[in-house]
Write a protein that binds this ligand. Structure first.
Ligand code: UD1
Length: 462
């Protein structure tokens, strides 16, 4: 593939900040005003998966030819990754109009194999460039991510795996410096299942000399989606989606076109919001197979689920029943749905025990839900939620991406008005969530947002 016309190197402003008719200072726009009580009824189109798009964009580093990615969600983490790639010398072209969700990346002239702290601290998935940079450029300098709201998130398994592939690694001044003239195949056994670790090393191994076998790999659909892209680029990979992946390294990868899978966490968030509000909601452009554990759990709670080929309809006319949940790696119940499920559990009949097995500090939303009237007790990795407690609107704060989604869901059934602060956490991973929810009947707006007439809130809503 030859070069592409019109590639630009200019970071593009995050769209919702300029394209939604927002006319007030940014700090005001960082709040949602939500009035609870409406059933959600109608259809929502699910966006592309952020967690599949991020590794796919990093994969563009592996070739000097353009990689065309479709169904890229318009969310802040994607903008951060684009800026990171641009800072390294990548050329980026964004689609407009009907091609709005297409991004073309060309890494023919990478000059700076570095991910600086400023970027990595806002988005830990920036470490996904580590493996591809060493594989393609022979060196990488990537900031250590440090702690974050949901607990320690080390990257020791990425580092150990790269060493296994022959890279020499130095850690100094908060950075990892990795170097290898050419990586060579190796045998990697992950001590713990890691999603981005599996992806990072799969990309590195794709250009290594010889065969790599990786065991105890993550089986998330996002790993399989990345493998599908890499195979289109010429990689030789078998077993992605299973716990052992075999990669025969090739000399060179080429450009490709790939459509990112739908976002199962966005879909799941809306499914829970629909069920909790006693609604009738259809998610279109999603993959019900990726939502299996959540949909089964909702059925246990009494929700009616109808899964189509690429859609899911949920209806709920009765009181929800409590059901315990334990987060696990795919195909288990996802940790990224735990916070949203907790909002649902506050309204179910009975007591639910929610056990968080993946991250050690992922209950930040609990205290905010309690401020809204929920009855939740935290005991180590378990949250005990006594259901059927009425929620009331309050001023609450987002602490991380999925915690924020849980507060939006709680606010949709709370009596009165909730002001949700720091919604930049939501903008990291949900594409215009307020517009999507409004389109199915929710009363939600970004503070300071001038709503188009047809979307105006009913009388009496501030
Ligand atoms: C990815 C997802 C995130 C999701 C998480 C778990 C992306 C961009 N992010 O994050 O939304 O919540 O999977 O499904 O895809 N660990 C180590 N050492 C490592 C790496 C991980 O000890 O080197 C531990 C982590 O601290 C955690 C567990 O392994 O306890 C799983 O983390 P991991 O799967 O790596 O999460 P991410 O890939 O960062």
């Amino acid at each position: 593939m030859a070069g592409i016309r019109g590639l630009n190197k200019v970071p593009v402003p995050f769209r919702p900040m300029r394209a939604l008719g927002i006319q007030t200072p940014e700090n005001l726009m960082d709040k949602f005003v939500i009035r609870g009580g409406n059933r959600l009824v109608g259809n929502i189109r699910v966006s592309g998966a952020k967690n599949a798009a991020l590794p796919a964009m990093a994969a563009a580093i592996l070739t000097d030819e353009p990689v065309i990615l479709e169904n890229i969600p318009d969310v802040r983490d994607i903008q951060t990754e684009r800026n990171l790639l641009v800072s390294m010398g990548a050329e980026v072209e964004l689609g407009y109009g009907r091609a709005h969700h297409r991004t073309t990346l060309c890494c023919r002239s990478l000059v700076n194999p570095e991910a600086a702290y400023e970027l990595v601290k806002t988005m830990r998935a920036s470490t996904l460039v580590l493996g591809p940079l060493v594989a393609r450029m022979g060196r990488a300098r990537v900031s250590l991510p440090g702690g974050c709201a949901i607990g320690a998130r080390p990257i020791d398994l990425h580092i150990k795996g790269l060493e296994q592939l022959g890279a020499s690694i130095i850690q100094e001044h908060g950075y990892i410096e990795a170097a290898a003239e050419r990586l060579r195949g190796g045998h990697i056994i992950f001590d713990k299942i890691t999603v981005t670790g599996t992806e990072d090393l799969m990309m590195a191994a794709a250009l290594a000399e010889g065969e790599t076998v990786m065991e105890n790999c993550a089986r998330e659909p996002e790993v399989s989606d990345l493998a599908a892209l890499l195979i289109k680029m010429g990689a030789d990979i078998e077993g992605a989606g299973a716990s052992t992946i075999r990669i025969r390294g090739v000399e060179k990868l080429h450009g490709a076109r790939h459509r990112i899978i739908p976002d199962r966490i966005e879909a799941g968030t809306f499914v829970i919001a629909g069920a909790l509000t006693g609604g009738d909601l259809t998610l279109i452009n999603c993959n019900p197979e990726h939502l299996g554990a959540l949909l089964r759990k909702l059925e246990e709670c009494g929700v009616t689920v109808q899964a189509g080929l690429d859609s899911v309809r949920i209806t709920n006319g009765h009181r929800l029943r409590a059901a315990d949940v334990t987060t696990e790696e795919f195909p288990g119940f996802p940790t990224d749905m735990q916070a949203q499920y907790m909002a649902l559990a506050t309204q179910a009949e009975g007591t639910s025990v929610i056990t968080e097995n993946i991250f050690e500090n992922r209950f930040m939303h609990a205290q905010e839900l309690v401020r809204m009237g929920a009855n939740i007790r935290i005991e180590g990795r378990r949250a005990i939620v006594r259901g059927h407690t009425p929620l009331g609107g309050a001023a609450v704060q987002c602490s991380d991406l999925r915690a924020s989604a849980s507060l939006v869901i709680g606010a949709l059934v709370a009596e009165g008005e909730t002001i949700l602060d720091r919604v930049y956490h939501i903008d990291r991973g949900y594409e215009r969530i307020e517009e999507k929810l409004r389109s199915v009947g929710a009363q939600i707006r970004r503070m300071g947002e001038i709503l188009p007439k047809r979307a105006a809130l009913p009388a009496g809503v501030a």
